[in-house]
Design a protein around this ligand. Structure first.
Ligand SMILES: [Zn+2]
Length: 358
């Protein structure tokens, strides 16, 4: 079956993302038909190349790469009109949607609620232009619990039980408020909204906001949750298959030799879970597959995404894509991030070469 992985990233390492990371990520096009690259940028200059690399990859793999551009966040609260301008710039440069990122750690380091009026212009522009938004909100409930927080989360600084972290309720409350203000916003909150342990609540939100979507991107914990309540989970998927997208969170970087191998393992675990009724070992535990029927899988594997975003990926236009990359490079230079500046120069050169050969 043709598959569109709606949730992948160009490297998730602390160092600057490189074009080589992006090229390696596109090797996954041997496994799936299409990729949607989500770019998390925030206020970190080393993340700036991600948006530019995605535009170049879209040009290199026409028809096969979608991408959601990341919003560059200012240090402070920022200005409403600057967020609006960025949404417009991303659209003109050739992105298919916008990626926003609301992990509790991010929200703690930048304590501006996601329903703050400073973002109203941005949400309004996204809603009125029909731009799809993928907005990560929160994290698994056990990340707030000292006794249950997984080792990898602890290591990454994702334990939220102590310190100034917002609760999951606070974060969910903010996003519900955003949807109340902008009820036609084409919003996807990934990882089953971290509500796999409370499908009733997720059902309530999907019923209340008809344009709201989610995805089955691991969050490994959600696979264990759904496996434990397999019958309920299966019924949920049979009822809401029009609202759930397939994704893996696959990310590669050239420094990690096993990254492609790990991506393939994730892909096959997710597929086996969705397609078969097997009980099998994955990620250190046992999963119980849902064995979903063909038309449900068709929706998850791409039909929902194409209805949401478009039949074909947007094609970056030489001039405005280049102009946008130039703006990113200027930002990197102003913040003294030499690796990002270098990478952006490289991407712009490759983009110019491509334009020259057309
Ligand atoms: Zn992700």
């Amino acid at each position: 079956m043709r598959r569109l992985d709606s949730h992948v990233h160009i490297s998730l390492n602390a160092e600057s993302s490189t074009l080589a990371d992006g090229e390696l990520l596109c090797r996954l096009l041997d496994e799936v038909e299409q990729l949607n690259i989500l770019n998390i940028v925030l206020e970190k200059p080393e993340n700036l190349p991600r948006n530019a690399i995605s535009l170049l990859l879209k040009l290199r793999f026409p028809g096969r790469v979608y991408s959601f551009g990341g919003i560059v966040m200012p240090r402070g609260r920022g200005r409403e009109e600057d967020y609006v301008r960025q949404v417009e710039l991303l659209g003109r440069a050739g992105f298919d949607g916008v990626k926003l990122f609301g992990k509790p750690s991010v929200r703690a380091s930048r304590p501006i609620p996601f329903d703050d009026p400073v973002y109203d212009g941005m949400y309004g522009t996204l809603q009125n232009s029909g731009t799809p938004v993928n907005f990560h909100i929160g994290d698994p409930p056990e990340f707030w619990d000292r006794d249950r927080v997984p080792a990898f989360a602890w290591k990454n600084g994702w334990y939220y039980g102590e310190g100034e972290y917002p609760s999951m309720e606070t974060l969910l409350g903010e996003i519900v408020h955003v949807l109340e203000k902008f009820p036609r916003l084409k919003l996807l909150v990934p990882h089953m909204m971290f509500l796999s342990q409370d499908l009733e609540r997720l059902r309530g939100l999907l019923e209340r906001f008809p344009t709201l979507l989610t995805d089955i991107t691991p969050g490994r914990e959600l696979y264990f949750q759904l496996s434990e309540n397999r019958e309920k989970a299966r019924a949920f998927f049979l009822r809401y298959h029009g609202r759930i997208l397939f994704g893996t969170d696959n990310a590669v970087c050239v420094q990690r030799k096993d990254s492609l191998e790990q991506c393939r393992e994730t892909l096959s675990a997710v597929e086996r879970f969705l397609e078969t009724e097997d009980r099998f070992q994955a990620w250190g535990g046992e999963l119980a597959g849902l064995g979903l029927p063909g038309e449900v899988l068709g929706d998850l594997y791409g039909d929902n995404f194409r209805r949401w975003v478009g039949e074909e990926p947007a094609r970056p236009q030489g001039g405005s894509a280049m102009e946008y990359c130039g703006w990113l490079r200027e930002l990197a230079a102003r913040q003294g991030c030499a690796p990002a500046e270098r990478e952006l120069t490289l991407v712009m050169e490759k983009m110019a070469e491509l334009a020259g050969t057309e």
